[in-house]
Design a protein around this ligand. Sequence first.
Ligand code: CU
Length: 156
Amino acid sequence: MNDRTRKEMIWMAGVLAILIGAAIGNFIYISMHNQNLAQNVNANPSYPSNATIVKVDATQWSWTFVYSNGTETVNVLNVTVNKPVVLVVTSLKGAQSFAVIHDLSIPKLDVQVYAIPGQNNSLSFTPTVVGSYYFECVEYCGLDHYEMRGIMNVVA
Ligand SMILES: [Cu+2]
């Protein structure tokens, strides 16, 4: 083994050690944070009568949440802990003359639903832990796709 080969082996071993360390760290992190944050009640289309129904309008490039009392929030979704939430999701025209497909994802709650022009997709879940949860559009929908993100506040 010449000197260059030995140096390369040392580099490779170093890189491998870093990757294995990152994999182990990631595995530990995921197992620590893998608590059940929501109950999925989506199997039953007849939603609980006490559900909070929120209309979700996706546009290029923001999320508008319309509550049953008529109030609206943009890129912020406010819900109550341990109370079923029904999201009724569609896509509307924004900056352009046509609407495009978006996809709402709240990764920590395993919630994801397409926003499709002319279609209402509904989905229900019950947040069980108070906190703030990141959400974002996970369907590339144009130039400012990255701006379609916000926070869901689960309050007591
Ligand atoms: Cu989008």
